[in-house]
Design a protein around this ligand. Sequence first.
Ligand SMILES: NC(=O)c1ccc[n+]([C@@H]2O[C@H](COP(=O)([O-])OP(=O)(O)OC[C@H]3O[C@@H](n4cnc5c(N)ncnc54)[C@H](OP(=O)(O)O)[C@@H]3O)[C@@H](O)[C@H]2O)c1
Length: 322
Amino acid sequence: MLWTILLVLLLLIWIRYKRFGSVYKTDIQLNGKTFLITGGSSGLGKATAIEIAKRGARVIIASRGEEKGQKSVGEIKLKSGNSHVYYMKLDLSDLDDVRRFVQEFIEKEERLDCLVNNAGVISSMMSQNGHGEMLSINVLGPFLLTNLLLPVLKETSFQNPVRIVNVASDVYLMAELDLSNLDVTLGENATMRNVLAQYGATKLMVIYITTELNKRLRANDPQCNGITAYALHPGTVGSTTLGAGYSHKSKFHTFMRFLTFALTSRPPFYCCQTVLYCCMEDGLQSGGYYADMKLNDLWPHAKDPTVARKLWDRLEHMTGLY
Ligand SMILES: NC(=O)c1ccc[n+]([C@@H]2O[C@H](COP(=O)([O-])OP(=O)(O)OC[C@H]3O[C@@H](n4cnc5c(N)ncnc54)[C@H](OP(=O)(O)O)[C@@H]3O)[C@@H](O)[C@H]2O)c1
């Protein structure tokens, strides 16, 4: 009898966890502001785009698949009631395409109030530029995109404060960073453990990029009046395609992925709340790492300033910035 009650209680707690979550409450309206959300065509990015569009911003979603992107624009417009939602094609795995995208963005858009670097993958494949897809899409592409968009972000920051929001993940906790070998070669037969280790490493890099970017921005703007930058963990996102491409090759991977998401994921609406919080809440700590709408203290292996500086230099070199 006691066991049955305990089991029912656990089940109820789990259902509550799965179906409900904290919601970011704010009266802030975003009319006149422009948001760029990479990977806004599915999962977390789409949920974020809907909520930002509801508040009146001009929203541009950027992703690889044009058809999927255009379809998502229709859905975001419908759910938000905002017609100023647009799709722009962007392949973060291709640095030339990132440069083309920025050129097109600057030609079309007058301002950028918030860049949400959300797109990310779990993959064992190589990209066309010879780097692993995970390093390319999760790190190199967003790093180059952010740096090339800095002039338009700076320009906009003369009118009002602007933000860069980088979607990382708590998997960084289990990750290690080898600065002499950022681009671990995986391939089709890579084990799940190796793939997740490299995924974690790319998310650790995203955190380091955010803290180093903040440091560089603060050198000229100690009061945080202009551009601020944040990293975050969104929780485990339901309705995601993350890792689907990798896991379909093995029944075991497919099952483990299904089990993980079935047990721990929440609807994207709840997972995007911390993204919204980092996009809009006042008084946040620039360079900080947020989860569940709270500032989290990073573990020591994620806050070594020497690693941050060396990583930044290395990424500048790898992306051809210097
Ligand atoms: N899912 C989770 O539980 C979880 C947990 C922690 C952190 N995160 C992070 O949250 C972010 C969003 O995850 P999600 O679950 O929403 O993923 P998702 O459903 O798989 O969506 C990924 C988005 O990224 C885009 N994308 C993929 N490759 C791209 C490329 N080369 N260039 C441009 N866009 C590309 C996709 O567009 P196309 O399909 O058109 O390529 C899609 O819009 C990722 O950074 C992920 O690492 C997720």
